[in-house]
Design a protein around this ligand. Sequence first.
Ligand code: ADP
Length: 572
Amino acid sequence: MTLAHRLFAGSALIVVVFVALLTLLSGVRLNHELRELETQRLAHEARLVAAMWANAPDAEAFATTAGTMLGHRVTLIDSSGRVIGDSRFDLAGLAHLENHSTRPEVVQARRSGTGSALRKSPSRGDDELYVAVRAGARTARVSMSTGELSDVIASAQRDVLLSGAVGLVVALLLSVAFARRVSRPIVELRDVARALAQGDLGRRPALAAPGEVGELGDAVHRMAEQLATRMTALQHEEGVLAAVIESLHEGIVAVDANRQVVRLNQSARELLRLNSALPFPADLLPRHSGLRDALKAALSGHAGEREEITVDGRTLALTARPLGAGGAVLAFFDLTETRRLEAVRRDFVANASHELKTPLTVIGGYAETLVTDEIPAEQRVQFVQTIRANAERMRRIVDDLLDLSRIESGGWKPHAVPVDVATLAPDVLAAASSAAMAGGLQLMTDVDPDAHTVRADPTALRQVLTNLVDNAVRYTPSGGSVIVFTRVATQGSWVGVRDTGIGIAPEHLPRIFERFYRVDRGRSRDEGGTGLGLAIVRHLAEAHGGRVEIESEVGRGTEVRAFFPEPAVTAS
Ligand code: ADP
């Protein structure tokens, strides 16, 4: 039931009760007044009859004449109570009438001059109003039937009822209008409040109502203004927070008290490989016991220690913190690269130590023998040569390591200039010619006319080609060929060496550019390799903003190439 209906029902009830009361009261009052009036009129008539009766010789004739003229029953009673004239009866009829001395109006008239009574007429059976007055010792009485009176009253009551009904209709119409007028602003306020609650912060009440409702409208208006201002501030803060969270390298995951993931930045999506739309259940997070336990503890209010977990092959540092209002925040920091570099460094130190230790042991052993034992001269020369060869090997390793660390540390910057590979390649090949000749190899160049100049640091490019040619010569059996080539690429050029050598098995290719990585350690060492050649090539190419690639097939040959970008995209 709406407010307008309630207001209408309330006012309608009041109006109906009021009209009913009015009709009832006016009916009762009219009845009373009319009776009073009729009684007085009958009293006047009775007095007139009494006065004129004194001069009338025949009571019966006089009663009939007076009754006819007044239009009412006239009864004349003598001092003994006997009816001696009655306008309603003839002489014969009078004989049958009772003695009237005990009639209440007669008794009252004899006592006080005038008397009245209302009762059923024994002669007519109708309700009669009797008024009697004393005329000396006799009594004159005038009476009328109240039937006429009742007709008047009924007609008056009908009028009152009719006007009451009209009044009721008018009042009901007015109360409808009133209910509408009172409820309209309240309904509008309700609608505005609902719209505000549903987030439509642009809605304002447009009413201009007087009194409390108007004040309520103003208050709602002010409240909406404040809400909109706060909401804008909140949205701004939310925007800042979202931007901050998105810009973090750490993965951030916020879980509410109902275990729903409500916020997640791009880093977290990538680290945890999640692509569900927010919000989603925390059960969709990776099934890792450490992660689940940390989340459970944080959701029950305990901040956990930072711990390392491995998810999907990535090493992540996880910190879980409870949120004030329930829920938890998980922060993931990707340690994969750090851990990988640590492993590389550890391997490197172990490898470098190992590489240096072998020639050192040889040098130490031979030196000791030379000092302590009696050794024939020719053997002594052989020992010294071995010592020198190992010292030379150590020097090469140390030189390569120094080159690598210089490039890696960023202390060395390439000075890229256009270098003519058509000139440089034969130079590099010439340096390897004696080894190639000894191995029965053919050395060739295949320089693309569109890429005969490459933008690179000349010394670095020479070292790249030297290392690649040395490898190719080393790992190509007699009768094969080694070719220095260039190739045009988008935004740069490839420079590389291809051979028809022993090739490299596919499982070695992903790690072939790592320091000290060798397919056949013994062979490399025998060939005078340090295991650092390709690592140096890679670092030199990367220092130019380029990269390296390798293609190889066992038994067929290998192609190693370095990309040198054009200046527009050169990072150096
Ligand atoms: P190394 O000094 O041992 O040659 P590199 O870093 O230059 O070290 O090469 C690493 C390893 O890659 C070598 O030990 C060798 O097994 C393999 N390799 C490099 N170049 C070639 C090639 N052209 N053909 C076959 N194997 C090669």
